[in-house]
Write a new protein. Sequence first.
Length: 249
Amino acid sequence: MKSKTPHILYEDKEIIVCQKPHGLATQSRRPGTPDLEHILLCHLAEQARSKNKSSSESKASFGNKPPYLAVIHRLDQPVAGILVFARTPAAARSLNHQLQQEGFGKHYLALVHGKPAAPEGTLEDYMVKDGRTNTSRICSKDTPGAKSARLHYRPASAELQNHMNSIHACTVHGPKDDTNDDTWLEVILDTGRHHQIRVQLANMGCPIVGDTKYNPASRPEDDHKTLMLIAYKLSFRHPKTGEVMEFEI
């Protein structure tokens, strides 16, 4: 697999924080399919090779051990945004504990069709995943495999909307038509269910622009278009220092 240059926002001996582009898988089980995990592993291996060349250490003492990298959380392949990876087992344990017990501060921006009936609110549903079709749906609490899903949404700030509209004009969607009812929402996740934001916003009547799975207005010929969902802000505690770290695209 040909390596690409990762968009790294922060890196130290414990963690790597990077920006995943639309269309790239976080982690793929398909041989030969590019994914962010392997791009970062190539990046770390190249760092190790450079260090080995410039170091006075012998090759035997430096070793050929492959770099360690742990996937802590994921983004759907069509979704762009910020992810943190662990570079040591101890960092992985700390970040996984945070994610499971406290949750990361995960903020998204979504361009949706229409306007919510309530400009700001909380969506609480139960969802179930269908592994055969790689989709999820809203269901009743007693449905086998049902999991609770909760998120908050609110209008994106004027500054964020202006910034995202300028980016939107550069995508394959073309300039945003100010006469339509598309709306930028900021979404804060309390849970991390499969396709959660896409499913809950669609169920609310505001499907995401470019979502060919859950947006009834999408057509097969729209497959090349970008899913307008971005994980634009992430916060967590550094696994070694405990310092609160916040990153924003």
